[in-house]
Design a binder for this molecule. Structure first.
Ligand code: PLP
Length: 408
């Protein structure tokens, strides 16, 4: 008899966004005339920028000709893309990352989910609460946790991000091995300063820990004082891996491209205490299980770094940031507490005493606006909702008018 991986039975039955979809569908069926505005799931709405489309088309045209056709590409990604990434995203900001430390992938979800495979089953894992669900669920699948009880998996070190600590995790008061950090944060929209991030790098060095730094929303940072990469912090190359994505930066959620930086200095240890190169391990893993991102997609990603591409992509982010500003101002005018909305597409709103699903239902039924209930991101999210700025200006403006009406 073929038996299932028991760890999957520990996972909570359904995924947050399928629960939301079900409630929204039920509401639409009962109210067929309702014009629902979706500010829930963090998916972009603007078309790929013209420069990106040109790169994409050029790549496709090359595939149409025997002389320029490409078959399997390098698993780590084409050098033309890795070199642009290294220069523009890291070296130009004073971060000493080279092209061969970059692994191009089909997105940050796969990489943040897969990376934990490289570590022993009995390591201590620290995860923020609330959190982007993939970090936690993939550790559950790998058997690194006990059962799910009272909103928590046994065996995980939860780092609570609440109003009291400005939604920033505190340094663990015990030793942990693997630390997940995400800034600008999903779901709270909070950011971290260089000094605060330097404390995490210091902790990791002192404790022999590794930081998995998810910078999927880096392009929303407009405050030049904030770090755009963890490698702006001295010594981070020894203790941190960084995940990036073109999804939110350049509208690649459906096109699929991202990358992971694994510095050559980063070491982990085998059971005898001997050093192992994390870079070599990830390279081994990727070359075994991954066959690279399609050539036209890598050409499209390369175009993000062209002169026109940079301008166009920045305009798209500015558009979403303007939406985020409109949302933040409306929420403030209603008198609700919130964080985020600056240097981030997410606004994390205190539902002022209501349970997050109750608040979700209220906004759906009274304003036909879809948000994301904070409870879906962890126990500490139960009194919050997340509103995302990924929609048209017209829809965001209309949604905010409806929200104001429903809540004041
Ligand atoms: N990391 C965070 C924090 C995210 O919010 C998301 C997507 O919403 C991802 C990673 C996944 O990005 P990708 O589309 O590159 O898989």
């Amino acid at each position: 008899m073929i038996r299932a991986n028991n760890n999957y039975s520990k996972l909570k039955a359904s995924y947050l966004f399928s629960d939301i979809a079900k409630r929204v569908n039920d509401y639409q069926l009962k109210n067929p005339e309702a014009h629902i505005i979706r500010l829930g799931i963090g998916d972009v709405t603007k078309a790929l920028a013209p420069a990106v489309i040109k790169g994409f088309h050029d790549g496709v045209d090359e595939m149409a000709n025997d002389a320029t056709f490409r078959g399997y590409g390098p698993e780590q990604g084409y050098a033309f893309l890795r070199e642009k990434i290294a220069k523009n995203d890291f070296q130009d900001r004073g971060a000493d990352i080279s092209a061969d430390e970059i692994f191009v992938s089909d997105g940050a979800k796969c990489d943040t989910g897969n990376f934990q495979e490289l570590f022993a089953k009995d390591i201590k894992v620290a995860i923020p609460d609330p959190v982007y669900p993939a970090y936690l669920d993939t550790n559950v699948m790998a058997g690194r946790t006990g059962e799910y009880e009272a909103g928590r998996y046994n065996g995980i070190f939860y780092m609570e991000c609440l109003k009291e600590n400005q939604f920033l995790p505190k340094l663990p008061d015990e030793r942990v091995d693997l630390i997940y950090l995400c800034f600008p944060n999903n779901p709270t929209g909070s950011t971290i300063t260089k000094n605060q991030l330097a404390e995490w790098v210091g902790y990791a060095k002192e404790n022999g820990s590794l930081i998995l730094f998810d910078a999927a929303y880096e392009s929303f940072i407009r405050d030049e004082a904030l770090p755009k990469t963890i490698y702006e912090i001295g010594g981070a190359k020894e203790v941190a891996v960084e995940f990036r994505s073109f999804s939110k930066t350049a509208g690649f959620t459906g096109t699929r491209c991202g990358f992971t930086v694994v510095p050559k200095e980063c070491m982990i240890f085998n059971s005898k205490g001997e050093k192992i190169s994390l870079h070599a391990l990830w390279s081994r893993r990727q070359s075994t299980k991954f066959n690279g991102v399609s050539y036209p997609v890598q050409k499209a990603a390369e175009a993000v770094y062209s002169k026109e591409g940079k301008v166009q992509v920045r305009q798209q982010i500015d558009y979403y940031l303007n939406n985020a500003d409109i949302i933040s101002k409306t929420i403030a005018s209603i008198g609700l507490d919130y964080v985020g909305g600056k240097n981030s597409p997410y606004i994390w709103i205190d539902s002022s005493g209501r349970d997050s699903w109750e608040f979700f239902d209220l906004l759906l039924t009274k304003a036909s606006v879809v948000c994301t209930p904070g409870a879906g991101f962890g126990r500490c999210g139960k009194d919050y909702i997340r509103i995302s700025a990924f929609n048209s200006l017209e829809n965001v403006t209309l949604a905010m008018e409806r929200l104001k009406k429903a809540l004041t």
